[in-house]
Design a protein around this ligand. Structure first.
Ligand code: M6R
Length: 616
């Protein structure tokens, strides 16, 4: 959950590190620090608080110029977000600096061993045990790469580590175990980072380290070995497909606002190149063959948070189109039970970051159980696609705000593409039926643009509601996961109580929550294509209205039946019923953004959260 960056080259490393940290801050923003090697010593600065606090300190009191350094932005696990607990941590009497992402599970044992050997700790972190241990091993070997290899043999848990030493003015060593680390290749300079954001401003050529590997970078060389010291040459280098500007805020007030506005493009870029002559054509080199697909008899989709709600929307479509049973399971629940999975089960993982630990573990578990695995993922070079048998990349572009918005849209349409492809292979849909859906898919970007125009109305609503303490969301069919997503977004960035329910569940309990003035968002299915469900939800609306609720209906254009009961109606465009979950979510994303803004909160960096949850 932390962001890590390392640099060797001829630029001023502080500038490179701060630039990288600014782009990685979404991974953790409790505290930040940098260390550089200059004039035979390590110079370090670290501060609790956001990166801006560190910046101010560095502006007030500059560190010496240096071409070698490491930087860290933290999401606290062991020890609160204080100056002392911020990374880097020092070893070898201050001559070595180490930064860490992950958790060292045996740190208590290591700490006791180090303390009894006379080492003094300055922080409460697990990382400092690794730094002090690395320092001791280094003293025996004088070789930082070898010392790192010996250190990782002593560590339990999951980690990415980067270290630099005063004896080696142009060298950074990294190691990864169940935690991401990427190399950025430059001319006369090289970079390391938790993801490509760390160095995309300087180079587009990247490579992800495989699990249990060690990398040593100098300005002119990059050497990778496994934990036993065997040279690794088969990691795949790739070209970063987006520009540094894509992960900048531009003129927007927040990344979230920018990313909501990029929803139409995210859908367009994910869908357009995959539809040929009205049928779905996926990249053969990354997808299963038709033979393999024909053997699938069941699908399980694993994901967390917003990605899991996108999976619930996907389930309705894939099951309808392919006639295969589809289940959605939270990755962390799937991982710790004994699911009935066979080699004919396809386990699809959905992840924006491709690094969510719970989802990654679920994929590994599915493979162990013999299932086939497909990753639907937005981040190139990330771990989950690398560990899966097949991949469908989304093209939403980088998502920086902690609250996922455009990636949700891309995740849903990514599943539609796969569902239609599978339906064609299995022969469960005619070409004509598929073309009807692909036409609707291609129309989505423009419809999304129109839905975004509800922005002004939603802003007024949010201002009117800025003191609201609880909001409920109700939906049926694909509107149900949309309701869950609306509630999650609100909790995440507005810190108010919000719950999503299936409309049919109302009378089984949640209706007891309704009291005069309670605001309820109701996601209304289409009266044209889902008349039965539509009339059921109109009954739900009447029931809660009768008990004094204030109704905000999210309804299809032209739906007049909700008008007499709703206090406000927000509209989405007419589409196929399976696709409505793409359009109907937009007013809810906008509402969460506007409410948090009206409350004066930091929408991009909500408290206690980080963008990629890389620990269990
Ligand atoms: O990177 P992933 O898609 O795997 O992340 C999964 C969840 O952690 C993520 O969707 C989270 O729920 C978002 N912050 C919600 O806005």
């Amino acid at each position: 959950m932390c962001g890590i960056v390392g640099y060797v080259g001829s630029r001023d490393s502080i500038e490179v590190l701060l630039e990288g940290l600014a782009r990685l801050e979404y991974r953790g923003y409790d505290s930040a620090g940098v260390a550089v090697v200059a004039d035979g010593s390590i110079d370090m600065r670290k501060r609790g608080g956001k990166l801006s606090v560190l910046r101010e300190s560095l502006d007030a009191d500059v560190l010496p110029e240096s071409g070698t350094g490491v930087g860290h932005t933290r999401w606290a696990t062991h020890g609160g977000p204080t100056d002392e607990n911020a990374h880097p941590h020092l070893g070898d009497d201050g001559k070595l600096a180490l930064i860490h992402n992950g958790i060292i599970e045996n740190f208590g044992e290591l700490r006791a061993e180090l303390e009894s050997a006379g080492e003094a700790f300055e922080s409460e972190t697990d990382t400092e045990a690794a730094a002090l241990m690395l320092g001791r091993i280094y003293r025996e070997t004088g070789d930082l790469t070898l010392a790192m290899r010996r250190l990782v043999a002593r560590l339990e848990g999951q980690f990415t580590l980067l270290a630099t030493h005063a004896d080696h003015p142009q060298l950074v060593v990294g190691a990864d175990h169940n935690s991401p680390l990427l190399i950025g290749f430059g001319e006369g300079e090289n970079f390391l980072g938790s993801d490509v954001n760390a160095f995309v401003k300087y180079t587009k050529k990247a490579e992800a380290l495989g699990n249990n590997q060690i990398v040593t970078i100098t300005p002119d060389s990059v050497n990778v070995t496994d934990f036993d010291g065997n040279v690794v040459t088969d990691n795949k280098t790739f070209e970063i497909s987006w520009d540094a500007a894509a992960s900048e805020k531009g003129g927007w007030s927040s990344f979230m606002a920018k990313e909501i506005s990029e929803g139409p493009e995210a859908v367009e870029n994910t869908v357009r190149s995959r539809i040929k002559d009205g049928l779905v054509r996926l990249d053969e080199s990354e997808m299963f063959s038709a033979d393999v697909l024909s053997q699938i008899d069941r699908i399980v989709i694993v994901a967390c948070g917003t990605a899991s709600y996108s999976a619930m929307v996907g389930k309705y479509a894939i099951e309808t189109w392919t006639k295969l049973p589809v289940e959605v399971e939270l990755a962390h629940e799937f991982r710790y039970r004994e699911p009935a999975v066979t080699q004919n089960t396809l386990v699809i993982s959905i992840s924006q970051s491709g690094e969510t630990m719970d989802t990654k573990m679920a994929v590994q578990y599915a493979k162990q159980l013999g299932a086939r695995t497909l990753a639907i993922c937005n981040t190139q070079g990330s771990t989950i696609p690398r560990e899966s048998d097949a991949v469908l990349y989304l093209h939403a572009g980088p998502e920086v705000a902690v609250a996922s918005t455009k990636a949700y849209l891309a995740q849903v349409v990514g599943q539609f593409l796969f569902g239609l492809h599978l339906a064609e292979v299995l022969g469960t849909m005619s070409d004509g039926d598929i073309r009807e859906i692909t036409d609707a898919l291609l129309a989505l970007p423009e419809q999304l643009r129109q839905t975004l125009e509800t922005g002004k109305e939603v802003r007024e609503l949010a201002h009117w509601m800025s003191d609201t303490r609880s909001v409920l969301f109700l939906g049926r069919h694909v509107g149900y996961p949309v309701a869950l997503e609306g509630a999650l977004k609100l909790k995440e960035i507005s810190y108010i109580h919000a719950e999503g329910f299936a409309g049919g569940e109302l009378k089984h309990g949640p209706i007891a929550l309704i009291e005069p003035g309670q605001v309820v968002f109701v996601v209304v299915p289409s009266s044209r294509t889902q008349p039965t469900m539509h009339s059921k939800i109109v009954s739900n609306i009447q029931e809660i209205k009768a008990r004094g609720a204030r109704i905000i209906a999210v309804a299809e254009e032209g739906d007049a039946a909700v008008m007499p009961y709703a206090d406000v109606v927000l509209r989405y465009g007419t589409t196929n019923p399976m696709l409505a979950g793409v359009l109907a979510v937009v007013p809810l994303h906008l509402f969460a953004l506007e409410l948090a803004t009206a409350k004066g909160l930091d929408v991009d960096q909500p408290r206690n959260l980080a963008k990629s949850v890389t620990v269990e």
